[in-house]
Write a protein that binds this ligand. Structure first.
Ligand code: UDP
Length: 413
């Protein structure tokens, strides 16, 4: 069998307080016909990035709702993750060629993983491009059983065509494809049933739960950030699409108008993201070792509770992505009533209503202007923080996403 990740014990009743008793009741009803159904999720990493975050939260809840849940990760290699990173970029529109050798590296690895995939499942949910071709190989060895869903967390609306044409037959074989939003669907996909499910954050996780002000202060101080001075933060993998260099530029402009401004760039280095370390070094050079620019990673001990504290301690959270499938970090900050200045793209546009629940920006200059406005106008920042929290409560917390997935599985069974 592929390597599996333990499913944490979770209880759906714990969500009554955050989400209300009705939705929890509805979830129980919706899950009844799926009681005992064997559900397998497959992705490429147990740690780092939004998908791992979602699975850690949700799979224990599906188990608590009566499903028989397994989480498996594919085994990659350095070469394989180099290729899948190029695929990720190309499927979001970058003109990155997949050479015949790269295609072979990809297919050989996925085939080896398909051969390790044993066990019988009623539903298999495969996340993102890394394991997407699994189904084709499973089918080749005559082992296709149950319903197969491919969840694409990327924006596939304008992919680089040659790369998409390579992938299309692999994803066309699925029973259903799940996109974050209708606008992300690739019009060419015709076989699988389309479904649209936006991700959510977990209000009960260490990343999002309430923290006492004294805890926030202690954590922030332990990271050498001055709690008395205004702080802006971006929490993201070090990746060109997240534009950390643009954030540094915006910070430099904003600090002319905001005395003592500090910037935290927090990024975990994920196992399937070889570009990360290189991009962290680039950000370090771009920041010219400025003592008010804090580059923090999981290697500095910045885990969930630290991210939680930093997001809460920030005057403004920035998410200046140039492309963004969804951007869980936006909902995470909004949930904490911290106003967000986000890139005017994809999933960020979905979450932020410009001028109401945060600001959308198209350039470092605009980003700097909005930061200055929000740091200088506490009343506006407070109002946006409250509105942001309401948006997340109504649309982007866990129970809604569980429900959408149960509805999809039932529609396929
Ligand atoms: N994250 C984290 N530590 C970091 C960087 C990111 O815990 O140093 C988390 C972040 O809080 C969020 C997820 O990783 O929950 C990133 O998800 P998002 O959808 O924003 O971006 P992705 O990495 O999937 O493109």
């Amino acid at each position: 069998m592929l390597p599996t990740i333990p499913i944490a014990e979770r209880h759906i009743d714990d969500y009554i307080e955050a989400a209300g008793p009705e939705i929890v009741e509805e979830l129980r009803d919706a899950a009844k016909p799926l009681s005992g159904a064997r559900l397998l999720h497959v992705n490429s990493t147990a740690f780092g990035g939004g998908v791992a975050e979602l699975l850690h939260t949700q799979l224990g809840l599906f188990a608590n709702l009566g499903l028989d849940v397994t989480w498996a990760v594919i085994e990659g290699s350095h070469d394989f993750f180099d290729v899948t990173k190029s695929v990720h970029n190309a499927l979001q529109g970058a003109e990155v060629e997949l050479t015949p050798e790269m295609r072979q590296v990809y297919l050989d690895r996925v085939k080896a993983n398909a051969e390790m995939l044993t066990g019988e499942f009623d539903f298999v949910l495969v996340h993102d491009p890394q394991p997407a071709a699994l189904l084709a190989f499973v089918e080749d060895i005559g082992e296709r059983k149950g319903r197969w869903m491919w969840r694409c967390h990327l924006d596939l609306s304008a992919p680089y065509r040659p790369t998409w044409e390579f992938f299309e037959p692999y994803v066309d074989a699925y029973d259903a494809i799940v996109f974050t939003a209708e606008t992300y669907a690739q019009p060419g996909v015709s076989g699988p049933k389309p479904a649209f499910i936006a991700p959510t954050i977990d209000p009960l996780s260490m990343k999002n739960r309430h923290l006492a002000p004294s805890v926030i202060r202690d954590i922030v101080a332990s990271l050498n950030i001055d709690i008395e001075r205004p702080l802006i933060t971006q929490v993201s993998r070090f990746d060109p699409w997240k534009d950390p260099l643009g954030v540094i530029d915006a910070f430099r402009m904003a600090r002319h108008d905001v005395e003592g401004l500090q910037l935290a760039l927090v990024g975990s280095l994920a196992a399937d993201d070889p570009e990360g370390i290189r991009y962290l070094q680039l950000a370090d050079e771009h920041g010219q070792h400025d003592p008010d620019i804090h580059l923090l990673t999981n290697l500095d001990g910045v885990g969930d509770v630290e991210v939680n504290a930093i997001q809460r301690a920030s005057a403004v959270v920035v998410q200046k992505s140039l492309r963004e499938g969804f951007g869980l970090v936006v909902s995470e900050a909004m949930w904490k009533e911290t106003p967000v200045v986000g890139g005017n793209v994809g999933g960020i546009r979905m979450q932020i209503e410009d001028g109401v629940t945060g600001f959308l920006v198209d350039s470092p200059v605009m980003c700097a202007q909005r930061i200055v406005e929000l740091v200088g106008n506490k009343r506006m920042a407070h109002r946006m923080g409250k509105e942001g929290h309401r948006t997340v409560l109504e649309n982007y917390i866990t129970p809604r996403e569980l429900m959408d997935q149960l509805v999809l599985m039932r529609s396929l069974s």
